[in-house]
Write a protein that binds this ligand. Structure first.
Ligand SMILES: *Cc1c(COP(=O)(O)O)cnc(C)c1O
Ligand SMILES: [Zn+2]
Length: 417
């Protein structure tokens, strides 16, 4: 590493026992207690070399605009693929049952492979490159894999994917289109995850597995940095985050902490972890105040279907330290919210992302949202990734007569929808 980077990135700190490790050589988890690691930066130095004005002059709307807060030496040379840099779509003074609120949809469906996972992959691949690794392995229910396959194709790396047999066909199709090697695991996501660790170790490959690789959360945190920048450093009241392993919500927490440490903002938004009723391990722990216990998961929202959240401890901290809360939503609430979100905002999401909106609707009913609040909903993945799920709440019309009369009858019956 060059000198400036050596000083900018201090190393890793274990979230379990607090032990600190240097940035090089790279390790995934704490050798002592097997907990996850958190990247540590020298904020005093970053303050000296980087400012809001530098950011204003950076011409690219990609996550690499935040490179000083990312754990790699240099950004890639070609930034045209553009992971991150997604719009924050606003609905100012939206009139709701509880009064006017400022609603924002962070539209991460617009990443290269259609989900927020591209943020983690983008930084992970760059990191792998700097470590001289050409093959990258990931376990995934679909999005992390599709993301790795896509960006590996762009950056000329080799992607090896381990997916549980339950992954939606659209995502598997996407993975294969991008030309990755796909190993279907006869088991759950958790089984695929465990196997991916063995495979990475045995072959000396880079592991793009959420929940063990500390670099990935740094990539995911860029969504939080972007939200803050897009709101001109005015922190929103609440961010609703669809939560599976907990890496995204932990990353967003880190983003806002980074910005407080740089002195660019002075308070934290409340982070709301939204989970499916059928995959509630983090919310259970938050509500009971007891340690997390695995739950056998079952939900239509495959991207947040996890038995034991791999970043659960960090996610729980993110919620507690920001005075947020956890909330669960049923599959039916998710599917209703998916259609309502698309119909009312023009953002078509997959069920996991719709869960965030469902959580917001439920919180509003429960009285936890107040008039005047500014609320961000994280739309983490596109609806085209799971078309059968999206067909649950709509009906494709039958063919009608090819006459004007036929059309008018149909139109008059359906125009109020
Ligand atoms: C992975 C994923 C999530 C959940 O992220 P975690 O870091 O596992 O909590 C939510 N939505 C989508 C679309 C995802 O792909
Ligand atoms: Zn430790």
């Amino acid at each position: 590493m060059n000198k400036e980077n050596t000083k900018r990135i201090l190393g890793y700190k274990c979230v379990g026992c607090g032990e600190e490790y240097p940035f090089e050589p790279f390790i995934y988890q704490c050798p002592k207690c097997k907990s996850n690691l958190d990247v540590q930066y020298n904020y005093e130095l970053i303050k000296e070399i980087w400012s809001v004005d530098d950011l204003k002059q950076f011409p690219y709307q990609s996550l690499w605009r935040y490179h000083p807060l990312l754990p790699v030496e240099n950004p890639p040379e070609n930034l045209s693929m553009r992971s991150g840099g997604t719009p924050l779509i606003s609905f100012p003074n939206l009139l709701t049952d509880i009064g006017k609120i400022n609603l924002y949809i962070k539209d991460d469906t617009r990443n290269p492979s259609g989900s927020l996972k591209d943020r983690a992959t983008e930084v992970g691949i760059r990191h792998a490159d700097e470590l001289g690794k050409n093959t990258i392995v990931a376990a995934s229910t679909g999005n992390a894999a599709a993301s790795l396959a896509a960006l590996a194709a762009y950056y000329e790396k080799k992607a090896v994917i381990l997916a549980p047999a339950s992954a939606p066909p659209a995502k598997l199709t996407q993975i294969l289109q991008y030309g990755a090697i796909l190993y279907m695991v006869d088991g759950t996501y958790d089984d695929a995850f465990d196997l991916s660790i063995l495979v990475a170790e045995a072959n000396g490959w880079y592991s793009r597995s959420t929940g063990i690789n500390p670099v990935l959360a740094e990539g995911k945190k860029t969504v939080g940095l972007e939200i803050a920048e897009q709101l001109n450093w005015q922190v929103p009241n609440k961010i609703f985050v669809p939560t599976g392993d907990g890496c995204i919500i932990a990353g967003i927490y880190k983003a806002f902490l980074d910005l407080v440490r740089l002195g660019w903002i002075s308070k934290l938004p409340q982070l709301i972890a939204v989970q499916a009723e059928g995959s509630p391990a983090i919310v259970n722990a938050l509500n009971s105040g007891k340690p997390m216990v695995p739950v056998q998961s079952k939900t239509i929202a495959d991207s947040i279907s996890v038995d034991l959240p791999r970043d659960g401890e960090k996610a729980i901290q993110a919620v507690q330290k920001t005075k947020g809360f956890g909330i669960t939503v049923s599959d039916d609430e998710i599917l209703v919210a998916q259609h309502r979100l698309a119909r009312n905002t023009g953002v078509f999401t997959e069920p996991a992302a719709a869960a965030a909106f469902a959580g917001f609707l439920k919180a509003m009913k429960r009285g936890t949202i107040h008039a005047g609040d500014s609320i961000v909903i994280l739309a983490s993945g596109t609806g085209l990734k799971d078309v059968p799920a999206a067909q649950e709440k709509i009906e494709i019309p039958k063919a009608q007569p090819k006459t004007l009369e036929g059309f008018l009858t149909f139109y008059n019956k359906n125009k109020q929808k």
